[in-house]
Design a protein around this ligand. Structure first.
Ligand SMILES: Nc1ncnc2c1ncn2[C@@H]1O[C@H](COP(=O)(O)OP(=O)(O)OP(=O)(O)O)[C@@H](O)[C@H]1O
Ligand SMILES: [Mg+2]
Length: 294
């Protein structure tokens, strides 16, 4: 779908070259507590705790963690959509003090304007930035073709399947060619086959451009197959449990699942989730819980 031609590159011999690149997204001591109500009725949700994370320019970084551990919160803080309760957040060397425009976001559920057709939903990204969308129509059509929606440009969102809506949202995030792409479980609504194809296509797109990508997922496989580094988060309040370098040569085709580095990383992450009670081994009885505490 996202059809891009790329050259094969070997896995880095060591992390030195990557480590030398400048830090593009920098989080230091970031915490987030959501509060609602006042006085005795006040409720607080401690979503994130002491997050230190540096994403380097051009890096593909994946975050994997259990539901509710603060992954979307982290993404919204980087995008400037929610303020951090504590800590420092910088993008491109500047503190984040409000909504950022020099990035593309794919939200967990595709937010499309129901009264606009698919093409105009892609172009809205430019209108929101005060840019005349007309010169971008051709580029928008090209992106829609890349995500397999060439024949659906004049359709409205209600005429699309869940996966097609998400693909339209991906095209929209790419239209203004921002250097940073934030993707919150972008393939969550896709069927398994489309998901696999989108994974291959996203890697090709990333290899052909110089974008910095933050990719959030529940899928251990997807994180390891896509990323240069995988960040594993703990259950809420979300903390960084471990950061792993993934040394698998690119492009990582369908056979990457057999690479020893894939097997090792996937097993390590599974082990962390087993130890934290996020996953339970076969045959283990899951004890009843008293509900989700605030
Ligand atoms: N706007 C909000 N107001 C209050 N609490 C919130 C808000 N957004 C998220 N939370 C809470 O913060 C915690 C983390 O939520 P978040 O959406 O960041 O998790 P997540 O890791 O993205 O989960 P999932 O994998 O299910 O998408 C949850 O307990 C959630 O209830
Ligand atoms: Mg989320």
């Amino acid at each position: 779908m996202l059809k891009v031609v790329t050259k094969a590159v070997p896995a880095p011999a060591d992390g030195d070259a990557a480590a030398a690149r400048r830090v593009y997204v920098d989080l230091r001591g970031v915490a987030k507590t959501y509060r609602r109500g006042h006085g005795a009725a006040a409720r607080a949700t401690h979503a994130l705790e002491a997050v230190d994370l540096a994403i380097r320019e051009g890096e593909f970084l994946a975050i994997v963690g259990p539901s509710g551990c603060g992954k979307s919160t982290l993404l919204r803080i980087i995008a400037g959509l929610h303020p951090a309760s504590e800590g420092v957040v910088e993008v491109g060397g500047k503190p984040v003090a409000g909504p950022q425009t020099n990035l593309g976001i794919v939200f967990q559920s595709p937010v499309l304007l129901e009264w606009r057709n698919v093409l105009d939903n892609v172009l809205v990204q430019l209108e929101l930035r005060g840019v005349d969308p007309r010169p971008y129509r051709e580029r928008a059509m090209k992106l829609l073709a890349q995500v397999g929606l060439a024949d659906f440009a004049d359709r409205h969102p209600h005429e699309l399947s869940g996966g097609m809506r998400q693909r339209a949202a991906i095209a929209r995030a790419l239209i203004h060619d921002a250097p940073l792409l934030l993707m919150d479980e972008p393939f969550g609504a896709l069927d398994a086959l489309t998901r696999e194809q989108m994974r291959l296509d996203l890697e090709a797109l990333w290899m052909a451009t110089n974008k910095t990508v933050l990719f959030i997922t529940h899928s251990i496989d997807e994180a390891v197959l896509l990323a240069d580094r995988v960040v594993v988060m703990s259950p809420r309040p979300g903390r960084i449990e471990q950061v792993m370098d993934i040394r698998i040569p690119r492009p990582r085709g369908l056979e990457a699942r057999r690479h020893p580095a894939f097997v090792e990383a996937a097993e390590r992450i599974t082990g962390i989730f087993l130890a934290r009670g996020v996953l339970h081994g076969a045959g283990q009885v899951v004890p009843p819980t008293g509900g989700d505490p605030p």
